[in-house]
Design a protein around this ligand. Sequence first.
Ligand SMILES: *Cc1c(COP(=O)(O)O)cnc(C)c1O
Length: 430
Amino acid sequence: MALNTSRSGELYVKACTLLPGGVNSPVRAFRSVGGHPLYFKLGKGSHIIDEDGNDFIDYCMSWGPLILGHADNDVVKAIQKVAENGTSFGAPHEGEISIAEMVVNAFPSIEKVRFVNSGTEATMSAIRLARGFTGKSKIIKFDGCYHGHADHLLVAAGSGLATFGMPDSAGVTKNAAKDTIVVKYNDIDALHQVLSHNDDIACCIMEPVCCNYGLILPENDYLHKVRQLCTQHNVLLIFDEVITGFRLARGGAQERFGVHADITTLGKIIGGGLPVGAYGGKAEIMAKVAPDGPVYQAGTLSGNPIAVAAGIATLQKLVPSAYQKLEELGKYFEEQMKPVVSRYNGKMLFVRFASIFALYFSKDETITTVDQVKESNMQQFAQFHRLMLERGVYLSPSGYEVGFLSLAHSKDDIDATIKAIDESLALVLG
Ligand SMILES: *Cc1c(COP(=O)(O)O)cnc(C)c1O
């Protein structure tokens, strides 16, 4: 069942002469699963077709934005209509107000919102705002949570329970890292200790559900306890809902878990597949953002009419029945996986929450810590990934990444995927 990927292979060779690693974002290069990346020419609904004509059921879904599927008709029409009237003004337009209203209505903790061009920009700006608002300088992040590639967020845990961060990338200075304290996700005592011994902390930034290091759910009441501690210590809580916003529910993890953040960052889905990010919170906090306040933040293309139109067209379709459908689809996937998982009991694990899933080659029965994900077998994942490609299923090319269901996926897609998983697991684990 070898896949013909010769044209992708040729393109990759040329790309490598022009782009670092042949790509514009590192995971795309397939380094952790081996082989070369595939080049895509078409996406429609749940399917993508590469330059060699191979047709895949897609679960990467551009890493989360495409909750309606590829090239949704309404999104495409909205983009076309707006583009004809000008692609950018660098001046206000009505669409910005419409999408802001949608965000504010979906998130009770957001009274005002600023749009930017990526999730990275959103978290970077949210942290500057938290520092500007509180007048404090340190931040807390959680091991395994990803918030884009700003210097002070590319920080890894040192050794020990909770530590001052170490640069996690060349080019990040010790100085940029030293104001970031890293604690373990799902470890409330570690957070408690840091907060009790430090009075210069501006904010805690976290993914309420960890979706960038496998899929790790918050343990019982964890988010409520984090909220309590932050309030108690006068520290702003930033929920990075770039993935979970409009995905777990219209109001994101905050709606799902009933916990409110002080500042929320958004991205991915709110751009409907175009480059967008946003950060928002209470009016009192947002009043610090320029031009109302002293925290500077700007963008030539921020609030871009086309990106905003794609976002609006996407959010308009995310009505309650859409989330019901996604939940049913997710549940169906999980149910169909049960007999498969039980056949390989103790060798692999399938986790699903709403329309997000992850598959681990792990002995553990549940995954609640980053360390467990680290210990899962990534060689087996790499082999599995290749076998799935050969069977027409495109998973994100890394065992640390999650899969996304969209409203375009059907039960037939899932049945075909389960068959591919079953066959592939037999070869990896059999
Ligand atoms: C993707 C992501 C980001 C970064 O967004 P970009 O648009 O890639 O800059 C930040 N936070 C989370 C939780 C993400 O998943």
